[in-house]
Every structure is written in C-alpha cells, then in structure tokens.
Design a protein around this ligand. Structure first.
Ligand code: NDP
Length: 353
C-alpha cells in the first residue's frame, strides 16, 4: 500500500476553518482500475465556492480517505499520470500516460488514488509545452470554446465583447476567438501596470483592450466604438464579472445579440436595462460548463482532445498562472499551508506535486 495525502473537508465553510490534510493508504489497483499520481491541480474559483457550500454541485462525503469522519477531497480539475494498470485494462492504458478527469467531484487536491477507466480521459503528453496547459485544460479552455461556438452562430469577422478578459476563461476566449477569426473588445480592471497587461492581451489576439474606467466613459466609447468595429456586429458578450460593467456591455451589442454570463466575480447582481430587452431584443443567457459536460459526456471527451490539438499547434497557451511546488512527501502541515496560501493569493495557482 502507498501512503497518499489529500486536502479534505467534512463540512462547508471558510477554507481556513474547514480544510485539513488527510493521509490515507492507497491499495494496489484492482483488475479494472488504474493507479494514478496527480502531477498538478489548479485552484479554481468554483473549488473555493464548493468548499464554502455556495456552489450547486457538491461532492459526496465518504470514508474513502478519512476513516474518522466522512469527508470530501477538495478540487475538481487536475492532471494525473497513470502509475499502475489493472489486468483488464492493460490493452488500453500504460504506466506513464497522462490523463485528466472525465467528471467533477472526484477530488483532485491529492497526491494519489485509484480510478476506473471511465473516470479519466487519457491525453497525449507530447502535445503540451508545459504541465500548466494540461492541468488547466478541462475547465477554462472548454468553457471559452463552448461560449464561442455553442451560444450563437458566429461568422469570421464578427465581434464579441467580454469583461474579466484577463481571467483564464477570458484569455482562452481571446486566443480561440482569434483562431476562429472573430474580433474582440476586452475589458479589464485598471491597475498600475495596465499597459503591460493590455499589450499581453493584444499579443494573444485581442482586437481592442480597455480598462473598465475607459469603458464606462460613455461619451468616449460612443466616439470610438464605431471606429473599431467599422460596421462589424457585436453578436456575443461573455460576462465573467456581472454588475454595472456587464449591463453596460450589452449596450454595445447588436440587435438580437446574446450575452452569456458565466461568472460573478464582482458578487453584484446583473442589472438588465429593460430598453435593451424591448428595443434591441438582447438575450441574456447563462452558461455552466459542469452541466454541459454532464449532459454531453462524449462531446466533452471530443472537446478535450480538440483542445489538446489546439495546444499542440500553439493556438492556445496558458498564461499568468503560478506553479507552486509541493512535494508529495511533504508533511501534513506543509500540505495545508501550501494550499491555504495559494487559495488566499490573488490570481491563478496550480499546485504541482
Ligand atoms: P481567474 O482567477 O483566472 O480570473 C479571475 C478574474 O476575475 C480576473 O479577471 C480578475 O480580475 C477578476 N476579478 C476578481 N475579483 C473581481 C472583482 N471583485 N470585480 C471584478 N472582477 C474581479 O478565474 P477563472 O478564469 O478560473 O474564472 C473566472 C470566473 O469564471 C469565476 O467566477 C469562475 O467560477 C467562472 N467560471 C465559470 C464557468 C462556468 O461554466 N460557468 C467555468 C469556468 C469559470 P483582476 O485581475 O482585475 O483581479
């Protein structure tokens, strides 16, 4: 038996109050299982919401890793390496192969476990320039791809507008949007080094990048938006943030356009101006990739492989994430501290085991 470690919780609440480290034995895998070692697991905003108990999808609390108290292993996304293959699966898998999770709620903030073959999707590790791209493939790029391709039909040359454009979803939307031939207006929050961030987004394929302060200046926007779009139609909006910026975005969209809200980072409601509903028939839409994956498991698996190819060909790159080393033999306190510090930091962290 190998000893593994996981970050677990037995009740919902503030991560610092409810998370703890569990150490548990992982037996040799059965004939129909695979033993896996996690290589890297990101910390996504939804993982934290899940621990807080404010996320609609909840993992089951079981005795799997903690015999004293039913608990759930935190985390939903991760890159793993197959270390041992059960007899019945030897035709299909081999040790050393990389894979990602086929569904959510399996607990990825851990070092090792055994899984059945339907719980993972194998990858081709030669496609990835770094561990970061593979470890963050299943949530943010999949979301950006679905937002761009599955909400409304878009033609090359059409425009989309998005807030939270420097989020991981936003960065993937910029890169994929460029690949599909779409133009984009991208809104970010102002900051001291904003020109550097604007430049980065342009270099990834953004057409226009604005701070929220520039964007909320209606007179300035009126003067400029037509110059940028040159009659092109803003058919789609992606809202990561909600609040006033999001409802302002809808004002620059074409008649009948659709705004898809996928995040609520500002924690503000979305005020919808009635005139936009009546006179412009703007559609307000939501998108939740977790639901889409559970309803379309085969399409999801195909999408993972398609995104793998977009990474291989250099269309998609991971940016602005921080890899944090945590050796799997680290003690329980180091484990807890590393995760907690990463959770409380601004920006995207990926724990690399
Ligand atoms: P990241 O951590 O990569 O990015 C977070 C973004 O939110 C940054 O652009 C950040 O901007 C911005 N932000 C943070 N706090 C605020 C605030 N108070 N007001 C305005 N903007 C803020 O996150 P992800 O890309 O992983 O996720 C972004 C959002 O999308 C999350 O809400 C997440 O849950 C959601 N999501 C939803 C999915 C779905 O299917 N519906 C799937 C994937 C993600 P700054 O740099 O200025 O702080």
């Amino acid at each position: 038996k190998t000893l593994a470690k996981a970050i677990v919780y037995s009740e919902f609440g503030n991560p610092r109050d409810v998370l703890r480290t569990a150490t548990y034995p992982v037996p040799k895998c059965s004939d129909s299982e695979l033993s896996v070692r996690f290589l890297a697991s990101p910390i996504n905003p939804s993982d934290i919401n899940q621990i807080q108990g404010v996320y609609p999808s909840r993992p089951p609390f079981t005795y799997e890793v903690s015999p004293s108290k039913p608990s759930a292993v935190a985390g939903n996304e991760g890159l793993l390496e197959i270390t041992d293959v059960g007899e019945k699966l030897k035709k299909y898998f081999s040790p050393g192969q990389w894979a990602v999770m086929a569904s959510t709620n399996l607990g990825t903030w851990r070092t090792r476990t055994n899984l059945t073959s339907d719980q993972l999707i194998p990858l081709d590790k030669t496609a990835f320039p770094s561990i970061a791209e593979a470890a963050t493939l299943t949530v943010n790029p999949c979301t950006a791809y679905c937002l761009l391709q599955k909400i409304v039909p878009m033609n090359r040359g059409d425009w989309f507008i998005q807030d939270g454009a420097n989020s991981m979803v936003g960065l993937a939307a910029i890169q994929l949007g460029k690949h599909f031939g779409y133009n984009s207006i991208n809104i970010i929050r102002n900051r001291p080094d904003v020109d550097q961030l604007k430049e980065q987004l342009h270099s990834m394929g953004a057409t226009v990048v604005l701070t929220d302060e520039e964007f909320m200046n209606r007179a300035w926007m009126k003067e400029n938006v037509g110059k940028w779009t040159q009659g092109g139609k803003v058919k789609l909006g992606f809202d990561c943030v909600s609040g006033r910026v999001a409802s302002e975005m809808a004002k620059y969209m074409t008649d009948g356009a659709t705004m898809a809200t996928y995040g609520a980072m500002s924690r503000q409601p979305l005020p919808v101006p009635v005139s936009l509903l009546i006179f412009k028939n703007i559609h307000f839409h939501g998108f939740w990739v977790t639901k889409w994956k559970s309803e379309h498991p085969q399409e999801y698996e195909k999408l993972v492989l398609e995104i793998q190819e977009l990474i291989r060909t250099g269309v998609l790159r991971s940016a602005n994430s921080k890899l944090i080393d945590l050796h799997e033999t680290a003690d329980g306190k180091t484990f807890y501290d590393t995760f907690l510090n990463a959770i409380e930091q601004h920006g995207k962290s990926i724990i690399q085991f």
